[in-house]
Design a protein around this ligand. Structure first.
Ligand code: C5P
Length: 219
C-alpha cells in the first residue's frame, strides 16, 4: 500500500524545497498541491473566484491532473501541461488563495490528490495535507517560521527563479494577508493536524531542517 508523508505550513516557510528533497531521499513522488491551486486559479482567469459556482464546477470537471516520476524528477501536470516555476509569482499565489476558499474547488482538488496518494507513495506539501487530505499519513510535519524570515526566504526564492520580487516590506505584507486568508477561511483552514510534528524553522538552515525531517520520517 502506498505511504504518504505530509508537510504543511504557511507561505514561504520552505515546504516545496524540503518536500522535494525528502521525496528524492525516500525515492518517492513529490506532490506540490499549491501548484494545483495556482494552476486552477490561472485557468479560471482574473477574478475567476467570482464566477457562478456551477460554471466553476463545469470547468473543473474538464481538468485532468497527472503525477509521474519520483524525487527531483517528479512531473505534475494539468491537462498535459507541466506545472512549473512560472506559477510561482506572489500575484498568482494571491489568486490561488482566493480560489482555494471555494468549496467546489477544494472538493475537486482533494479528490484528485487522494487519487494520486492511493496510486503511489509520495511526500505531499500544502496547507491541509495532514489535517484533511491524508489523515492516515505515515508521518505528518507542520513547518513554521517568523513572518520576516519567511518573507526573506520567498524573496530569495523569487530571485533564484529569475523573477523580480517586490520590495521586502511589501512581501512581508503580501504573505501576512495570504496567511490570514488561509488561516481564517471557513473550509480547511491552515492549521497543524493534531498528530503533526511541529518544526519552527526560523533559526535553522535548510540542511538542519532536512536532517530533522529525514530522521523523524525514518523513525
Ligand atoms: O503553497 P503555495 O504558496 O503554492 O499555495 C498557494 C495557495 O494555495 C495558498 O496560499 C493556499 O491558499 C492554497 N493552498 C491550499 N491548500 C493546499 C495548498 C495550497 O489552500 N493544500
Amino acid at each position: 500500500m502506498p505511504a504518504v508523508i505530509t508537510l504543511d505550513g504557511p507561505a514561504g516557510v520552505g515546504k516545496t524545497t524540503l518536500a522535494r528533497r525528502l521525496a528524492a531521499a525516500l525515492g518517492v513522488a513529490f506532490l506540490d498541491t499549491g501548484a494545483m491551486y495556482r494552476a486552477v486559479a490561472m485557468s479560471l482567469g482574473e477574478n475567476g473566484w467570482e464566477l457562478p459556482e456551477a460554471e466553476i464546477a463545469e470547468r473543473l470537471s474538464r481538468l485532468c491532473f497527472s503525477l509521474h516520476g519520483s524525487g527531483e524528477e517528479t512531473a505534475l501536470a494539468m491537462d498535459g501541461f507541466a506545472l512549473g516555476d512560472e506559477l510561482r509569482s506572489e500575484e498568482v499565489g494571491r489568486w490561488a488563495s482566493l480560489v482555494a476558499r471555494l468549496p467546489v474547488v477544494r472538493q475537486c482538488l482533494v479528490t484528485a490528490q487522494r487519487q494520486m496518494g492511493s496510486a503511489k507513495s509520495l511526500v505531499a506539501e500544502g496547507r491541509d495535507m495532514g489535517s484533511v487530505v491524508f489523515t492516515q499519513a505515515a508521518c505528518k510535519f507542520f513547518l513554521d517560521a517568523r513572518p520576516e524570515v519567511r518573507a526573506l526566504r520567498r524573496y530569495h526564492q523569487l530571485l533564484s527563479l529569475g523573477q523580480t520580487p517586490q520590495p521586502l516590506e511589501e512581501l512581508v505584507e503580501a504573505l501576512r494577508i495570504r496567511d490570514e486568508q488561509d488561516r481564517t477561511r471557513p473550509i480547511s483552514p491552515l492549521k497543524p493536524a493534531e498528530d503533526a510534528i511541529i518544526v519552527d524553522t526560523s533559526d535553522l538552515d535548510v540542511e538542519e531542517v532536512f536532517a530533522q525531517l529525514q530522521a523523524q520520517a525514518a523513525a
